[in-house]
Design a protein around this ligand. Structure first.
Ligand code: HPA
Length: 273
């Protein structure tokens, strides 16, 4: 068997042995969602470093743990810490956890991230539901031999972000009085933030926000039939004329502020049937 596939299966087997009930729903606790972990009841935790073949996260502000538990009455698997291309992982490793989720039988995946907003109607601290993406990563996660067991060679991407989950998010936001934006996420490799000309270019090609994650995970999830819902916290602006200096700390500070709104929406959305 293919070594990569073998590693996925071995990893899934280990997780299956560690957790009794594997849920159908998973969440990647990206920027803006870290506190959701506090709401997970009956927690069972495994450190990434203890899971065979699992990559280990290196970026500041992200720990590396798998949490299994319940959100309300809803069993979920949460990834605390994800793998970015800019950390040096190749795309097969960045998306390894998604393959493991598929192997475990996960059907729906919720993802968050931080992003710079190019849409002039956006403000720092806004939440943007991702309705589509533009993949500008220099390596494709599906490059190489296709594993038929995972999905088809040429996957359709016309409905990568199912509209019914987006509509549900908007109805939750309306009920809670939370302002939600909706837009196209441009996925880039980072780790630099954009130059003013790059933000302008991403706007011209149809982007509303830009970030360094999510797209590879969405592609792989779509490939293996896992439904996705993804949301960005707008942590800085790349709007022509108002591009300001941006640091990792600025991003974290803005995300911290938006966190309660993001958590509120995700919590309710995750627990729908
Ligand atoms: N660009 C890329 N990634 C980001 C940004 C940005 O402006 N903000 C947060 N993540």
């Amino acid at each position: 068997m293919d070594a990569y596939l073998n590693n996925i299966k071995e990893c899934a087997e280990f997780i299956r042995k560690s957790f009794v009930n594997i849920p159908k729903t998973a969440v990647i606790l990206g920027t803006g969602l870290g506190k959701l972990a506090d709401d997970i009841k009956e927690q069972n935790i495994i450190n990434y470093s203890d899971i065979p073949n699992f990559p280990v996260s290196t970026v500041e502000g992200h720990s590396g743990r798998l949490i299994l538990g319940k959100l309300g009455e809803h069993p979920i698997l949460a990834m605390q810490g994800r793998f970015h291309f800019y950390e040096g992982y190749d795309m097969k490793m960045v998306t390894f956890p998604i393959r493991v989720m598929h192997e475990l039988g996960i059907k729906r995946l919720f993802v968050s991230n931080a992003a710079g907003g190019m849409n002039p109607n956006f403000a720092i601290g806004d939440l943007m539901v991702i309705k589509d993406h533009i993949n500008l990563f220099p390596e494709h996660p599906l490059r190489g031999r296709n594993i038929e067991e995972h999905g088809v060679r040429f996957p359709d991407m016309s409905d990568a972000y199912p509209p019914y989950l987006i509509e549900k998010a908007f109805s939750i936001a309306e009920k809670e009085g939370i302002k939600l934006q909706c837009g196209v996420y441009v996925g880039t490799q980072g780790p630099t933030f954009e130059t003013p000309a790059e933000y302008k270019y991403f706007r011209i090609i149809g982007g509303d926000a830009v970030g360094m994650s999510t797209v590879p995970e969405v592609i792989v999830a779509r490939h293996c039939g896992i439904e996705i819902f993804a949301m960005s916290v707008i942590t800085d602006l790349g709007v022509e004329g108002i591009v300001e200096k941006c640091s990792h700390e600025d991003v974290q500070r803005a995300a911290e502020k938006a966190q309660p709104k993001m958590t509120q929406i995700m919590k309710q959305l995750i627990t729908i049937d």
